[in-house]
Write a protein that binds this ligand. Sequence first.
Ligand SMILES: [Zn+2]
Length: 482
Amino acid sequence: MSTTAKIHVFDPTKPASAAAALWPAAASKHPKASATRVVFSAEDDSVTALASLGPDFGAKMGHARREVVRRAVGSAMKQVAALEDVNEVLVDGEADPHAAAVAAHLAAYRFTLKTSGPKRVEASAIKALESSAEWDRGVVYGEAQNLARTLMELPSNMLTPTLFAEWIQQEFAGLADTTVWVRDEEWAKEKGMRTFLSVCSGSNEPGKFVEMHYQGAPSSDAAPLVLVGKGITFDTGGISLKPAADMKLMRGDMGGAAAVVAAIQAIAKLKLPINVVALTPLTENMPSGSATKPGDVIYAMNGKTVEVDNTDAEGRLVLADAIYYGSSEFNAHTLIDVATLTGAMDIALGEVFTGVFTPSDTLWEQLYVAGEHEYDRLWRMPLDDDYAPQISGSSCTAALFLKSFVHGLDAERPIEWAHIDIAGTMEATREKPYLLKGMTGSSVRALIETRLSYKNSIESIALLLRLLDPTVPPFTRTTAAN
Ligand SMILES: [Zn+2]
């Protein structure tokens, strides 16, 4: 038995016909935002979920308005996706097709490895009642975040550095304008990536350094955006072993790598007119006879000397060489690194905001606007030299450490750099309006959205217009695909 469900979100102050017919009281009582009613009809075996946008939807603008739509669609989707025989869902996303598509895909997502796991509504079975470019774009955003969630959820034996690299190669095969290189430890040795290799050395699983290129700019020489993602496929802490409780969460310590892989793939699918390079240093952090020990001294790729105080601070070691390589090799205008770096982020910002460290006000503004647009929210943290003398693993000290590996910060036209620490937002410990508990794929949508509005005059104008008038659709590239 299979049934198609429909989702309608409606403004109760002016109920649409479907809502008026199925939930007549809504017009007089104005149910609060996200209040949902599921209506079954035995006559034609149909299921319809109605979700209210709340009595003050008409007064809501911009980011706030979009989030109301996401929550309403998410609330309805969670209910219909849980119904046993529903396996196709049609969404009336007219209120905001992009936001509706994102929420529908995020709310329908279920991760399971069981062969007879809970029934799920496949992404391909979630459709718009009325097709639009906005909806299609939203699907790419939502699916990108779901991809990052899956990669983070996968157990470490199913996503070793080798398997992760193979998976990227398969996933990018046939994706226009992209090239993938999988580098091995031998290559890293030749490059002098000794801090990266110092983490690889403790594991029997060989480290991999994956380099993805997307050429979407009219000129292949156009300076690229470089994304760097921390890819510790399992973090035991190394010789400075972590406590056993909750250690399995450390299968998600490659969340930064997952985020940048998902973002560059989405940017390629959207055919954005920019060049992007994504780099993921992939390795396990294990204790063994060949592991790096506390007190060991390593010379990084850029010549700096690093004393390892605690081997559980391995993230900054793999990032140090990757950030230096990314900022010195490609003539990048911007480098953004994403990492589950410091547990202290969770104490500072909880699961609500992701911390961003950057010396650039311009880049921060772009990231902030993008994060608000997608409700993938970012908060600027201090990046200040006064944190340097602190030896403890505070988030600010870690960010300052990374800064010393960014090449070109003091150039005449300095590279823009931001460090995004997703350690606090990597996992939802409580259910959210359109996310079930589990790995979140946080910052993926903010990253895609940032690129949509960056370093491109036409896009900047579109962005400005959107800030002034939220009903102006975002810039979409319309040139032919190849
Ligand atoms: Zn660690």
